[in-house]
Design a protein around this ligand. Structure first.
Ligand SMILES: O=P(O)(O)OC[C@H]1O[C@](O)(CO)[C@@H](O)[C@@H]1O
Length: 534
């Protein structure tokens, strides 16, 4: 696979050249490689000091390759050939992309939606190995998924210890539980944050067990290392990061992410991984870059793009163009592209003036969800409007059409964006993602689409901590059938409802407009909703 490269279209060459000259003079890239934690200023230093080991993973993760290959062979001998990954955000997005790029099957269960959990468990249970991945070991979605699988294996007369593999930081609560239960545990490098962990055990264990060539992935990153950490104005990662930072300073703060092969069988879906890296790393203290993952090169927000959007096309060496005059084509093998984006986001973070290694606003939504679950939060009042299978919450309009119109009218013409947050079964209701384009066409503004609760661990940070330019449309539904979380006093259905309500409350507390549409029957609601929103 070719070395990583970036083809840039630049709106302000002088500003870009000046930023690059400064980065080279400061030896930013080589100091990053050497884990110099002061690069983002004194306020970020203590966090950065324990988050920079990702720059050298191409070497340090190498011993994992043989270990994972041996475990895969052992599992296959025991007839376990279906790999399920339970995890959220940084613990699931990289393996999802790595396996898609490798063309191997990996079931990614990154949801608390009860129908999805039941569907996953009902699929080939006796042939399934479940990788439970959580850096902190305390993420409630992942803990609940683990409990549901343990219960299902036991009920089926199977031993959970034969079917569960755990990836976590040493000493986490999950580490202790898993060791006690006799599970196979892989320790990840604790000095790498979740969204930079693609080349740690978090990315490599599930991907390798599913059959991806993880040795090749590390080779790509190793081969790219000298280029990506060179103090040289031609370094593609420095150029991309500098371009993102300079563009952001001139209010080009949306990043439209297009997979060159989007919509085809060979698409990697790398945009979803970049989305988390960019949004959670940069969206804070009122600053940030909003990633907008689009479906195809003809998608609205690409053709036409808005003047505040930077377009990045992964897998294309063509020189892309955009209305803002800022665009990039990014090429290289997946391992190299991942490292390139990590360096670029670190560079952009320094130019924007934020700490790219914390996520200060994620906890607030988690706390609000916990409060709702334990009954400590405000109870959601009754629906403000009901029309057929759709009920609206958070509006004083007299019809659903007016409620939607009122919400969309709040999307600012110059800087605003709309985020659709669908707390739905993303396997069964994947067509709902089509609402993104429909609403982008209607508003003429950048529109993001996120599945809840998955997006809470990705763009969720930006929506609450980034610039206050977002307007939010939540979609919720009742599951076909609820499911108990074994050993807990709540169900998956109660949990996902609390997550939606908790996040809506935090968004409103931050002054962001939120309209919730609850779908009593999401299949039946699809057509009326398309009419309503289109
Ligand atoms: O791996 P963990 O600790 O379960 O966390 C999952 C995700 O949750 C977050 O901590 C916060 O949403 C992400 O940064 C992280 O990738």
């Amino acid at each position: 696979m070719a070395a990583p490269d970036v083809t840039l279209t630049v709106a302000d060459q002088a500003a870009l050249d000046a930023a690059l000259a400064e980065l080279v003079a400061d030896r930013f890239a080589s100091r990053l490689h050497a884990h110099d934690a002061i690069l983002w200023g004194p306020d970020a230093e203590s966090e950065a000091a324990k988050r920079l080991s990702w720059t050298t993973l191409a070497e340090s993760s190498r011993p994992l390759v043989a270990e994972v290959e041996a475990l895969r062979a052992e599992l296959h001998e025991r007839g376990l050939d279906h790999v399920v990954l339970c995890g959220m955000g940084g613990s699931s997005l990289a393996p999802e992309v790595i396996c898609a790029a490798a063309g191997v099957e990996l079931t990614v269960l990154d949801s608390s939606q009860p129908d999805m959990v039941r569907t996953a468990i009902a699929d080939r249970l006796e042939r399934t190995v479940v990788v439970v991945s959580s850096k902190s070991g305390g993420t409630v979605e992942t803990d609940s998924q683990r409990r549901a699988y343990e219960h299902a294996f036991t009920e089926a007369g199977l031993s959970p210890a034969d079917h569960l593999v755990v990836v976590t930081d040493p000493g986490s609560p999950l580490d202790e539980q898993a060791t006690q239960a006799g599970y196979r545990v892989f320790h990840a490098d604790p000095e790498v944050g979740g969204r930079y962990s693609a080349l740690t055990a978090f990315g490599l264990v599930p991907s390798g067990l599913a059959g991806a060539d993880i040795g090749d992935l590390l080779d790509e990153a190793a081969d790219a290392t000298a280029t990506l950490f060179a103090d040289d104005a031609a370094n593609p990662a420095l150029r991309l990061g500098a371009a993102l930072g300079v563009a952001n300073r001139s209010s080009v703060d949306k990043l439209v992410l297009l997979d060159h092969d989007a919509g085809t069988a060979v698409a990697w879906g790398v945009g979803d991984w970049i989305e988390q890296l960019v949004a959670e790393s940069t969206g804070k203290i009122g600053h940030g870059i909003l990633p907008v993952v689009v479906e195809s090169s003809h998608a609205v927000n690409v053709e036409p793009s808005t003047p505040d959007s930077f377009l990045a096309v992964s897998g294309s060496s063509d020189t892309p163009t955009s209305t803002s005059g800022w665009a990039a084509g990014v090429t290289g093998g997946l391992g190299a592209q991942m490292l390139l984006w990590e360096v670029a986001v670190s560079v952009a973070g320094a130019l924007i003036g934020i700490n790219p290694f914390d996520q200060p606003d994620v906890e607030s939504a988690k706390q609000a969800a916990r409060d709702k679950l334990s009954g400590g939060g405000d109870n959601e009042p009754g629906a403000d409007l009901v029309e057929g299978p759709v009920s609206a919450f958070g509006t004083d309009a007299s019809s659903l059409a007016d409620a939607v119109e009122q919400l969309l009218a709040q999307v600012d013409d110059e800087h605003g964006y709309l985020a659709v947050q669908a707390y739905l079964d993303r396997w069964d209701l994947s067509a709902y993602a089509g609402l993104r384009e429909q609403l982008a066409r209607r508003t003429g503004r950048p529109v993001t689409f996120g599945w809840g609760p998955r997006f809470l661990h990705s763009t969720g940070q930006y929506h609450k901590g980034g610039p206050a330019t977002g307007v939010f449309l939540q979609l919720t539904s009742d599951p076909h059938e609820d499911l108990a979380v074994p050993g807990r006093d709540f169900t998956f259905g109660e949990f996902i409802a609390s997550q939606a309500a908790g996040d809506a409350q935090v968004l409103r507390d931050h002054g962001r407009p939120v309209l919730r549409l609850h779908l009593s029957d999401p299949q039946a609601a699809a057509a009326p909703l398309r009419d309503l929103l289109g």
